[in-house]
Design a protein around this ligand. Structure first.
Ligand SMILES: [Fe+2]
Length: 335
């Protein structure tokens, strides 16, 4: 998302946001180290023993740029991951890897990607699986980016090629789990320079086939840039009549369809995201949804509300439960 879309801090740091009779329980600091975990019967671990299958690190909204020592910040974050006594086996990114290419010219865009790839190469040897965010798309704002749309690397192609991806979404198996990286960002049909959160028809067909082909006994984790379901999308200003409007770019507009698909699959256990640079956890109908802050905090200018600069340690267990622990890496914003 953009800094201008962010919401002011309006949640108490340790308080629960809401708990409805529908079984929705939300913790504003869910997963923050030291915070008491919130669980619902649907998402809680069963009474029996559970064994961890895998630990991963989720780094979202890095927003690397030459300014504000962002590359140094990412290096510190990666070293923090590498220095964990209980080290993750995999890094998954959550999109918005670079500060912005959506409205940036080619030189500025190329500079940011170079900075990202070099900083990653120099600071971690861990396997990394990437997710694309809105800021990773080159030139969709044609006037500001000074693009025509005919450039070879226009749109998602530059990120796909730079990151060595086959396409903007993908899946794989690891440690008894199936991982699905969704491409959340599609053109806004009402704004030629804008985007909305959803998967397109082709990706939805792929997703349905992909989930249907998961081997019995395997659990699935979904990673998206824009949240599929998040309390962080609900803390904005209310309309004059008191109703709440969630912007189409803030949370997946196909949230209901995706949640139904996940629930019907019987094996999707959690969906993690970024985009809002905020922290929450929702346990809803047996699936956990975590919005996991931002490596850049408030775009390298300090914390964004409750989300200080951090990443999330995600523990995946053999019973299908998922724990998210937000982990600040000790960054102080440079002025
Ligand atoms: Fe972002």
């Amino acid at each position: 998302m953009n800094p201008r879309d962010s919401h002011p801090a309006s949640l108490s740091r340790r308080g629960l946001l809401m708990a409805s009779a529908a079984g929705l329980l939300v913790a504003a600091t869910a997963g923050v180290a030291g915070a008491k975990p919130a669980t619902t019967p649907a998402a809680a671990a069963p009474a029996g023993r559970r064994n961890r299958s895998l630990r991963i690190a989720h780094l979202t909204d890095i927003h690397i740029q030459p300014e504000l020592a962002a590359a140094e910040g990412l290096a510190r974050c990666l070293k923090h991951v590498e220095g964990q006594a209980d080290k993750p086996q995999l890094i998954v990114t959550g999109g918005d890897l670079i500060m912005d290419s959506f409205a940036a010219d080619e030189a500025r865009t190329a500079l940011q990607w170079e900075l990202l790839t070099k900083t990653i190469k120099d600071n971690t040897g861990l396997r990394i699986e990437q997710t694309l965010g809105n800021h990773d798309i080159w030139g969709w704002n044609k006037s500001k980016s000074k693009t025509s749309g005919t450039e070879k690397l226009w749109g998602k192609q530059r990120a796909i090629e730079t990151l060595g991806m086959k396409r903007s979404y993908h899946s794989y198996d690891l440690g008894g789990w199936h991982f699905v990286h969704i491409d959340s960002v599609q053109p806004d049909p009402s704004d030629a320079d804008g985007y909305i959160g959803k998967v397109d028809a082709e990706q939805m067909d792929w997703l349905k086939s992909d989930l249907a082909a998961v081997k019995p006994g395997t659990h699935t984790l979904v990673i998206s840039h824009i949240p599929i379901f998040s309390a962080t999308a609900m803390v904005g200003k209310r309309e004059k009549d008191g109703s709440l409007k969630i912007a189409a770019g803030l949370m997946h507009t196909d949230s209901n369809e995706l949640r139904e698909l996940f629930e019907k699959s019987g094996h999707v256990r959690a969906a993690i995201s970024g985009h809002t640079h905020r922290l929450d956890r929702l346990d809803f109908r047996g699936i956990r949804y975590c919005c996991n802050g931002a490596v850049s905090g408030g775009w390298w200018k300090g914390p964004n509300a409750e989300a200080t600069e951090g990443y999330t340690l995600v523990d995946l267990f053999d019973d299908g439960t998922v724990d998210c622990q937000y982990t600040p890496y000790g960054w102080q914003a440079r002025k």
